[in-house]
Design a protein around this ligand. Structure first.
Ligand code: KE4
Length: 438
């Protein structure tokens, strides 16, 4: 029995699924999740000292790779002065100022401890600012696990939501409307019908949580136009895309001007941080200035702020994003070439250094097309890739990421590993897709 298997056996006694977040349990791909011992640059090692090229990067934060010396150095310097005070600190102000200067649509912001807290707070703020209750989200998007957001579309033509998790009251779910992503006409129709009762629309400008699905221009423009026309706020959830594609939000590349933006992941450089921010007139509603309460013991804690400051400082280095783009394109091209060579139904959706390999005959442009992907084929491929030493997110419906430490040598090595994994996946298909044991 490997050390990971030993540890997982114990972990399942005390943690549901043996994990601290469901996707980590490898439920969609089978097998024992490796327990990770350490990371360095683009690689991680598990407790059995197997090494992997890491494309999960903690689900996005590690755009500089693991163990970045500058991030570690500043975080340790600040930690030595005290881990947390429950009081304002200069480093917190520094990170706040860096974010404000990177986002034209963020005049003021509030730090929290996770993306979930950021979106939950932004929705409460939008409801208070507009005096309305209903919110709009899009199928396949994930904005964290606040009750209002664990909601799926009601059946038939019903526009009200139904819970997407036990424990979410119907009364809360029915206030969440859900539409297909990338469907501009559906947005127009909904706002024509009930736009004046909608407090906000929350959208991932580039979706990463049904796998990567890039929004189309008309859709994003329509969400902005309709929210503006009907007095609803637009919340851009950039928890995954913030500082991923550019120094700031992907909203800048897409020409989107939201009222509120939520952030997380990269702005904490791997430590727990979230943030929500927007125009001054909206943010002044937040306590203690205004009547919208939101608080947090460890919000703005100095060590996480330091990790964020050091990360953003480094991301400002010129050419960072063009190098990330070039490496990501090179890897995507190598993988696509192998997919074609082996006659696999493989499509890559990519935005900068975040991408998803969909095993799908058809283009993936929304949740209904994403869910048609061959998840059994992904499952087998995932296990082949893991054996090759590629650490990918264990779900067809997740994004994977590159870091600035995924240099030419790593990309070449990874390309060969992807090619061998795809070749063995093709062989598995040719053998009649026998039951594969991870
Ligand atoms: P957290 O509460 O996990 O910090 O953030 C929630 C969240 C909000 N918005 C977007 C666009 C997100 O991608 C996330 C979190 N993403 C998932 C990965 N799909 C985190 C991984 C996990 O849940 O373990």
């Amino acid at each position: 029995m490997s050390r990971s298997e030993e540890l997982y056996k114990k972990a399942k006694h005390i943690f549901p699924g043996g994990v601290s977040s469901p996707v980590r349990a490898f439920g969609a791909v089978g097998g024992t999740p490796p327990f990770i011992d350490r990371g360095d640059g683009a690689r991680i090692w598990d407790v059995d000292q197997n090494d992997y090229i890491d494309f999960v990067l903690s689900y996005g934060p590690h755009i500089l790779g693991h163990n970045d010396p500058d991030v570690l150095s500043l975080a340790c310097d600040v930690a030595r002065k005290g881990l947390s005070f429950g009081a304002p600190t200069e480093i917190e102000l520094q990170l706040g100022e860096m974010i404000v200067s990177a986002f034209p649509c963020i005049e003021r912001l509030r730090f929290v401890n996770s993306g979930t807290e950021a979106t939950m707070s932004a929705i409460r703020l939008a409801r208070a600012f507009t005096g309305r209750v209903k919110i709009l989200k899009f199928e396949g998007a994930y904005h964290g696990h606040a009750d209002s957001l664990l909601v799926k579309a009601g059946s038939g033509g019903a526009t009200f939501g139904v819970p997407d998790s036990e424990g979410v009251p119907d009364a809360i779910a029915r206030e969440t409307l859900t539409l297909p992503y990338n469907d501009a006409q559906a947005v127009r129709d909904l706002f024509d019908r009930e736009g004046d009762s909608i407090a906000c629309a929350i959208v991932e400008p580039v979706s990463g949580n049904m796998g990567v699905v890039v929004s189309d221009d008309e859709f994003l423009r329509e969400v902005r136009t309709q929210t503006e026309r009907h007095g609803a706020l637009l919340i851009a959830d950039e928890i995954m895309t913030g500082f991923r594609q550019t120094y700031g939000g992907v909203q800048i590349l897409l020409g989107l001007e939201p009222d509120l933006t939520t952030l997380g992941k990269i702005i904490g450089g791997g430590l727990p941080v979230g943030a929500y921010g927007g125009t001054g007139d909206i943010m002044k509603k937040i306590a203690p200035e205004g009547p919208v309460y939101q608080a947090g013991t460890l919000s703005g804690n100095p060590v996480a702020m330091a990790s964020g400051v050091a990360t953003l400082r480094k991301l400002k280095t010129p050419a960072t994003y063009s190098i990330l783009e070039e490496k990501s394109r090179k890897l995507a091209d190598g993988i696509s070439g192998a997919g074609r060579a082996y006659g696999l139904p493989l499509r890559i959706n990519r935005m900068g250094s975040m991408m998803t390999l969909f095993f799908s005959e058809n283009p993936v442009t929304d949740w209904s097309s994403a869910r048609k992907a061959d998840t059994a084929l992904f499952r087998h491929f995932f296990q082949e890739a893991l054996k090759e030493g590629l650490y990918l997110p264990p779900s067809q419906f997740e994004a994977f990421f590159l870091s600035t430490r995924h240099d030419d040598a790593i990309v070449s090595e990874a390309t060969e590993k992807f090619q061998r994994s795809l070749a063995r996946t093709r062989d598995w298909i040719d053998r009649g897709r026998p039951e594969s044991r991870p």
